[in-house]
Design a protein around this ligand. Sequence first.
Ligand code: RIB
Length: 311
Amino acid sequence: MAKRPRIAVVGSANVDLTTFSDQFPKPGETIFGQKFDLGFGGKGANQAVAARLCGADVFMVARVGDDLFGPSTIKNFEKLGIDATHVRQVSGVSSGVAPIFVDPSGQNRIIVVKGANDTLKPADVDAAADTLKSADCIVLQFEIPLETVYYTIKFARQNGIRCILNPAPAQPIDIKAIADLDYFVPNESEAEAISGMPVRNLDDAKRCAGKLLASGIRRVIITLGANGSLLAGSEGMEHVPAFNVKSVDSTGAGDAFIGSFATFLGEGLPEQEAVKRANLYAGLSTTGVGTQKSFYDRARFDAEWSKRGKA
Ligand code: RIB
């Protein structure tokens, strides 16, 4: 039986307000959309939920706001069996929210209002230190203050804990402050924004990964949507193809990739195999509407993997 990984996510929790529409309004215009979905989201929370549904023990370190969404977000973690001891409500601040717009092809546009996520500080990481030290992997994203991300990377290195960073949403960073990472996992647009190099195809992605490795980052995985992923390290680069799926909403697919990859790797699978499985897990998440609610549990995933994983 596979080892049960212990994964800590230091990151964001949002509520997603998703509108499905075949057109978008011009300034001053009001139009009708086709469908609406309200659900729990936030890149950190989504990654925690994906890891939990894949079978990991998961610990969340986050901040929620002083509104209706705060307590219900904490309850959602608890309902899913995620340890929310270090998810606290902050008074006088809203919860993180994300109005999301999905077009008929399943492509999304997202505006994140960080709210309470912006109050998660290095002192909160210290307050959760005992929990974090018990984890075998810490997962981070960019919807919390960068100083907290940098601090947590240092904390992970000092304590010999594997650390995975998903630099989403992209923003200018201090590459030296993230050099201690084990895995840097951007999508194409994040890789492009951070490296300053265009990423329009696999060859571009390879050049970009080469630049990121040369800047001191140990291992890079660039997720390429329907093109799968590029895994890159000092020994070389490997393209891991995606699986064919009928996509209706790609929101949260990157988060599904990260949470499942952390779990598969923590179970002791070889890296390339963990990426291949995470490609399928992320692809399957795009076949349903919403973020967390579109993620497969382990039994459903394993059933798909046994049909399609050998290909
Ligand atoms: O990656 C998808 C997530 O981005 C959404 O859940 C939204 O909350 C934003 O954080």
